[in-house]
Ligand binder design. Structure first.
Ligand code: PXP
Length: 252
């Protein structure tokens, strides 16, 4: 059986990080989004953080106005962000945990402890026609909670797997990948659409593309970094090729 198409969501936060380093308007993250789409991105992700360290309110408004592919608004489940999302009406909102002190989104949501609040937020966004995704750890417990919250989509946090590979911890990496494989299969059984992301590069994207239940990867930091060397269109073309190669192997 052939696996469904694997979408590539490009996260353009770090184009804004570079812009903000000098306080001007260059490089424009919306231009990065437009170039990414022209190069084959299936959607654009941007994370409006409470501290506005990269993406700013005006970026999100412009992304909504100017891009032709789905906008995935990554956000904490706070009153402030819900109000902005309801005003912006993105295609999707990915709810993520957020800590001011972290460098990046370090783990999945506490979907068990935050169950009731997340359920309210998910319902409010869904009523406005926004597709809600929950960024979760690849665990069966988190998936059960996501089902109970009523989320149509989950995004599995791939950071622990990618970190283990980076540190050369082969056994831990195998264990973490196993958790992702089991969680993706369970998501499909529960009728929840399964995405994945965090820390992915060409090799990890190729490998995870072999899991047929995963239908979208969201990739940011590596692509923006790679664009420094080969340009954004080439970085995205190479990522697309890696994903397609992994998918072909999955379909054999
Ligand atoms: N998906 C989610 C929910 C994230 O929070 C992030 C990081 O902002 C990503 C994907 C992309 O991670 P990376 O920048 O490491 O590719």
């Amino acid at each position: 059986m052939s696996a469904p198409h694997l979408r590539l969501g490009v996260n353009i936060d770090h184009a804004a990080t570079v812009r903000n380093a000098r306080g001007g308007a260059h490089p424009d993250p919306v231009r990065a989004a437009l170039v990414a789409i022209a190069a084959g991105a299936d959607g654009i992700t941007a994370h409006l953080r409470e501290d506005r360290r990269h993406i700013r309110d005006e970026d999100m408004a412009r992304l909504k106005r100017e891009i032709s592919k789905p906008l995935n608004f990554e956000m904490a489940a706070t009153d402030e962000m819900v109000a902005i999302a309801l005003h912006t009406r993105p295609h999707a909102s990915c709810l993520v945990p957020e800590k001011r002190s972290e460098r990046t989104t370090e783990g999945g949501l506490d979907v068990v402890g935050g169950h009731d609040h997340l359920k309210l937020v998910a319902a409010e966004l869904a009523r406005a026609g926004v597709r809600v995704s929950l960024f979760i750890e690849p665990s069966l417990e988190a998936l059960e909670a996501a089902r109970s919250i009523g989320a149509p989509v989950v995004e599995l946090h791939t950071g622990s797997w990618c970190d283990a590979l980076f540190h050369g911890e082969a056994e831990k990496a195998d264990h973490e990948f196993g958790r992702i494989r089991v969680a993706a299969a369970r998501a499909a059984e529960l009728g929840i659409e399964c995405h994945a992301g965090h820390g992915l590069d060409f090799d990890t994207a190729r490998k995870i593309a072999g899991l047929p239940q995963i239908v979208e990867l969201n990739i940011g930091h590596f692509l923006i970094g790679e664009a420094i060397f080969v340009g954004m269109p080439e970085a995205i073309a190479r990522m697309r090729a890696a994903m397609d190669e992994g998918r072909r192997q999955a379909s054999r």
